[in-house]
Design a protein around this ligand. Structure first.
Ligand SMILES: [Zn+2]
Ligand SMILES: [Zn+2]
Length: 353
């Protein structure tokens, strides 16, 4: 890893900010569970929301310290391995399985094949699944065991502070999620994992300061999460939804998309943009979705109702003159974009396209 030296004035400022944050968190009764980390000087924060399809994975790099929050499905192990390699992340200060579901824990063994981890957090130490036992096995190979954090715990990552807002708020896996709020200077990120209404209510009732610049939307944009009161309390400027293209669950649900829009939140979706990289200089955040621009252009086309002829494999815009000629049992309506429907083997109709 390269070391760069920054101006002493910025360093002094960071110390002051870190002290204030430390004071504030201790005032709130947060318990410090930091390991004594090696602080590399790289004065900024990067949060990579990695496109792992219908799953979750976020890599956080702060002043050279690193944290991986979830690793996608088991099938994403190779992708996560390659992602860490590409970013030269050979050491993970924290590896976090927010909860035991495969779409979060599955690819973490791939991460551990490449990087050494220092601390592993998860709400449970046992769960009946191959994905989970592979994670535990990979940790064991590094001599690591799972630590179960508590809501109210807090640790540092570089000059950022990470507060545990929830862990095992309820028994079901989604509501057992570890929910984290990372504070870096004036900017903050809330990683809601798959927390649903019950867990959100527990966080609200605990009276934590939930306000955040960026919200990683809970449970892939499902209507069972991001309740109105929770969103209002966080009051984010930006949101990121991690979900798969044309996923079986219909994520993100329309209710959540309109709830974000009504709250004037600018949101980004991994299913449309691929990897989403957010950087913070401690004052404001910026999103880099350039790499995915081509993908986005193709998707810029808005989703809409179309009519399919399942016999001829043609798709038609509503109102196309050929629609009345389609045999009734070959006629099917479809909601989406041309890119999506073409990926399913359909061709445009000659008269409306
Ligand atoms: Zn999930
Ligand atoms: Zn889940």
């Amino acid at each position: 890893m390269t070391k760069t030296f920054f101006k002493s004035s910025i360093f002094a400022l960071l110390i002051i900010v870190a002290t204030i944050v430390a004071c504030l968190t201790s005032c709130m009764g947060m318990t410090d569970i930091s390991e004594s980390g090696d602080n590399e000087a790289e004065n900024r924060l990067e949060v990579h929301f990695i496109d792992v399809g219908q799953a979750d994975a976020a890599l956080v790099i702060c002043d050279g310290d690193t944290m991986l929050i979830d690793g996608g499905n088991s099938d994403d192990s190779r992708l996560i391995y390659t992602y860490l390699k590409k970013n030269n992340v050979t050491n993970l200060d924290y590896i976090i399985a927010t909860h035991a579901h495969e779409d979060h824990v599955g690819g973490l063994s791939g991460a551990l094949d490449f990087a050494r981890a220092e601390v592993a957090l998860c709400p449970v130490t046992q769960y009946e699944s191959r994905a989970f036992s592979n994670f535990v096995k990979a940790l064991k190979q590094q001599g690591l065991e799972i630590t179960i954090p508590k809501a109210g715990d807090s640790f540092s990552l570089g000059s950022a502070r990470v507060n545990v807002l929830a862990c095992n708020a309820a028994d079901d896996p989604n509501n057992s999620s570890i929910v984290l709020k990372l504070i870096y200077g004036d900017t903050s990120f809330l990683f809601a994992a798959d927390a649903e209404y019950e867990c959100e209510t527990a966080m609200l009732d605990a009276g934590y300061d939930l306000s955040s610049t960026v919200l990683k939307v809970g449970h892939h944009g499902s209507y069972t999460s991001t309740s109105y009161r929770f969103l209002k309390d966080i009051d984010p400027q930006y949101a990121v939804i991690s979900c798969g293209k044309n996923n079986d669950y219909g994520y993100p649900h329309d209710e959540i998309v309109s709830r974000l829009e009504n709250a004037d939140v600018t949101y980004y979706r991994t299913d449309l943009l691929g990897d989403i990289i957010c950087t913070s200089d401690g004052k404001s955040v910026s999103f880099n979705v350039n790499k995915a621009d081509e993908k986005a252009d193709a998707d810029n086309e808005t989703s809409r109702e179309m009519i399919l002829n399942t016999g001829s494999k043609r798709y038609h815009e509503i109102g196309c003159e050929s629609i009345p000629e389609i045999r009734e049992n070959n006629k099917q309506s479809y909601f989406g974009t041309t890119v999506e429907i073409e990926s399913l083997g359909y061709y445009p109709c000659g008269s409306c396209h």
